[in-house]
Design a binder for this molecule. Structure first.
Ligand SMILES: Cc1cc2nc3c(=O)[nH]c(=O)nc-3n(C[C@H](O)[C@H](O)[C@H](O)COP(=O)(O)O)c2cc1C
Length: 345
């Protein structure tokens, strides 16, 4: 899987979880454990959701549709990537009861951005997720070496491709250019929070910003009127060297306290104890990126379901072993950084 530069952040996101220690409470009745919750008001069975990942059709022929079916059967949120292999409509028809959000960037051409939003609204998507850590593409060394996609494939991936829609057709690039160039060309290096204000003015859907890593940006997000923040380092594919997301999470949670804005995180979540740590440090839910693709590549919809089941069951086990029978029992004091246990000598 690709990553920026040396992949320091990608590795650190995973490893940083191991630097936090669990502090269990004993002799609690944990015979009945309850971990259903709500995310932006939608009831979900557990606080483990699906991050947007491009190119799911490379992992499975049914791609995003298979992932959506898994999300539907497990009753959790899936964020559909703007680079999905299928249209929003096809994905929502494949899983009509899934809680689907869609991810996009603020594209150079506002018409393209608006088209995305309207198409997703019509398809019944429940929120718009704006990825804000990509004013330019990160330096994905390994991806750059291997990119071979044609313009037509790339249009299909951009999922706004509709040969009968002249507005969109004239808005997106013509000719045989590579995906990399096309995506890079569509990003807006001059974009500011004003873009979020504009988005607010064209849709009533809740807005989630994905890619916030500091308290300062979190405060700006609240001021721009977002409904939720997804603390994310883009899986270590944008700026290499940023903090692990589990390290950045408390700062963001603290910055938005009292605003009503929900905070989630993704990056390196691989097991139930990771979920527990993220929730203890203030996340309302975690999102999985790569593990979903691994499940999808392994066994389509069932593979994605299996991944979600494994992480959910491990999370349930962690709750039992830490003395928690409901999500509210998970307290900040139950997870501390390892430095608190290191000798002061
Ligand atoms: C192959 C791949 C494709 C991705 N595509 C997108 C995308 O289209 N939009 C986006 O906002 N993030 C994208 N991401 C980032 C993920 O949404 C997520 O932030 C990251 O994968 C979480 O880290 P994890 O993979 O360690 O779980 C992608 C990540 C990967 C690995």
């Amino acid at each position: 899987m690709d990553h920026a530069d040396e992949g320091q952040t990608m590795k650190n996101c995973k490893n940083a979880f191991k630097r936090y220690r669990l502090r269990p409470r004993v002799l609690r009745d944990v015979s009945n454990r309850q971990f259903s919750t709500t995310i932006l008001g939608h009831p979900v069975s557990f606080p483990i959701c699906i991050s947007p990942t491009a190119g799911q059709g490379f992992a499975d022929i049914e791609g995003d549709k298979a992932t959506a079916r898994a999300a539907e059967s497990m009753n959790t949120v899936m964020i559909v990537s703007s680079c999905a292999f299928f249209t929003f409509k096809d994905i929502s028809l494949a899983a009509p009861n899934a809680i689907l959000w869609f991810q996009m960037h603020l594209y150079k051409d506002r018409k393209v951005t608006r088209f995305y939003v309207k198409q997703a609204e019509r398809a019944g998507f429940k929120a718009v997720v704006v990825t804000v850590d990509t004013p330019v593409m990160g330096n994905r060394r390994n991806l750059k070496r291997g990119e071979t996609m044609t313009a037509r494939e790339e249009y299909r991936m951009m999922n706004c491709y509709d040969p009968n829609n002249p507005e969109v057709r004239s808005s997106i690039a013509n000719g045989d250019i590579a995906l990399w160039d096309y995506l890079t060309e569509q990003l807006v290096t001059s974009e500011t929070w004003e873009g979020i204000h504009w988005l607010r003015s064209i849709t009533k859907l809740p807005i989630v910003v994905k890619g916030v890593l500091t308290g300062d940006s979190a405060i700006e997000a609240v001021q721009a009127g977002v409904d939720a923040i997804l603390v994310s380092a883009h899986g270590g594919r944008q700026l290499d060297g940023v903090p692990a997301t589990i390290e950045a999470l408390p700062e963001v949670v603290n910055a938005v306290k009292g605003s009503g804005v929900e905070v989630y995180m993704d990056g390196g979540v691989r097991q139930g104890t990771d979920v527990f740590k993220a929730l203890a440090l203030g996340a309302r839910a975690v999102f999985l990126g790569r593990p979903i693709i691994w499940g999808l590549a392994n066994d389509g919809k069932n593979g994605v379901k299996k991944v979600l089941e494994i992480v959910r069951d491990e999370f349930s086990l962690t709750m039992a072993l830490t003395g928690c029978s409901k999500l509210d029992d998970i307290k900040a004091s139950m997870v501390v950084h390892e430095s608190q246990y290191l000798s002061k000598l």
